[in-house]
Design a protein around this ligand. Structure first.
Ligand SMILES: NC(=O)c1ccc[n+]([C@@H]2O[C@H](COP(=O)([O-])OP(=O)(O)OC[C@H]3O[C@@H](n4cnc5c(N)ncnc54)[C@H](O)[C@@H]3O)[C@@H](O)[C@H]2O)c1
Length: 326
């Protein structure tokens, strides 16, 4: 990989691409954005403003140098002079394959071309690229500028050096690379999220609970502890002094009961309307940008608490803080 990374080409600057822009410029890295949306500048600037507000709360000191943002006319223009490419276009295989191939066609030797895909297989996405060995998945989480996790997954042709170099780059910008060693649809994190999402949709579809009640079921309980221990760590404690074996003996039989459906419900117009209307009610007139600020303030407070406890994502924030001061 070209090191140090001074400029990153961002292909697509929606929710995720703009989030990457915010994290990268905070680390002093310039970004060149290629996105055909005529409103891309306005939308990106709104995300950058929210991100700047959140990052000043997390790191009250300004970085020595903030990176610059430029908007390019084409993929080729954006990739010109870039040391790393991060594609975050809509989750469509044909579109992504085309964009990655165009980027790889003009990227100089050594440049890694990464995709933010949530679950498409890298072996498929890299298939048309001039140098498939340097194409890799770097799957982040929203908001990219605050959440450290990035799943790194190679396809059949990705080299071990690319996985290592991409992981090192992400770590250098305060992220926590989790290498997904086996290429699977949905990787690790989205498989877990998808399972919960399917059950939540069933509960709404069957009229068991509203979206607000389901969100309370997460926020007031498991969501709090997931921030620092995860499912296995927490369940080991749920077994008491006898630990995981006792937990599994006690709750194992329930696994065989049909508590969960896991098969996705049909996304009927009725279900889409119900979920959309109920989540609008939950928003109570607040705009998405306002709610993002509420989310960011809470995330910053949680990250600070985790940092003070030296646990979970707080370890990564402490490392990022140290890197920033060097
Ligand atoms: N939203 C999430 O929570 C999330 C989390 C992790 C990963 N992802 C992944 O990130 C990617 C982007 O998702 P998103 O939520 O930001 O979508 P989005 O719809 O918010 O943004 C997509 C952007 O891509 C742009 N675009 C469309 N065609 C393009 C082209 N030919 N070249 C360049 N840009 C183009 C659009 O104008 C838009 O701004 C997807 O692969 C998605 O799976 C999303």
């Amino acid at each position: 990989m070209t090191t140090p990374v001074r400029k990153v080409a961002l292909l697509g600057a929606g929710v995720i691409g703009a989030g990457w822009a915010a994290r990268l410029i905070e680390n002093g890295i310039d970004v060149a954005i290629a996105d055909p949306d005529p409103e891309v500048r306005r939308k990106t600037e709104t995300v950058l403003a929210n991100a700047e507000r959140a990052l000043r709360r997390l790191f009250p000191d300004e970085p020595d140098r903030r990176g610059m943002v430029v908007f390019s006319e084409s993929v080729e223009d954006a990739v010109d002079g870039a040391d790393f490419v991060q594609e975050s276009a809509p989750e469509r295989e044909d579109l992504k394959r085309g964009l990655l191939a165009r980027a790889a066609a003009v990227a100089p030797a050594g440049v890694i071309v990464a995709t933010s895909t949530s679950g498409l297989l890298p072996s498929v996405l890299q298939a048309d690229c001039r140098f498939p060995e340097r194409v890799v998945v770097g799957h982040p989480f929203n908001p990219v500028y605050l959440l450290p996790l990035v799943e790194v997954c190679g396809g059949k042709s990705t080299s071990a050096e690319t996985i290592e170099a991409a992981s090192a780059f992400y770590a250098s910008i305060g992220m926590h690379p989790l290498v997904v060693r086996n290429e699977i649809d949905g990787f690790i994190a989205d498989r877990l999220l998808e399972a919960l999402w399917r059950e939540a949709l069933h509960l709404v579809n069957d009229g068991v609970a509203t979206t607000e009640e389901i969100d309370r079921a997460v926020c007031y309980g498991a969501g709090l502890r997931w921030a620092f221990m995860g499912t296995f760590g927490i369940y080991r404690l749920a077994g008491g002094e006898a630990g995981m074996r006792h937990f599994m003996a006690q709750f194992g039989p329930a696994l065989k009961l049909p508590w969960t459906k896991l098969e996705a419900p049909e996304l009927t117009d009725e279900l889409i309307d119900r979920v959309s209307e109920q989540t609008e009610q939950q928003a109570a007139g607040r705009s998405v940008r306002e709610m993002e600020r509420t989310r960011d303030d809470a995330l910053v407070a949680i990250l600070q608490a985790l940092e003070s406890q030296g646990i979970g994502a707080g370890i990564e924030v402490a490392r990022w803080r140290e890197t920033r001061s060097q």
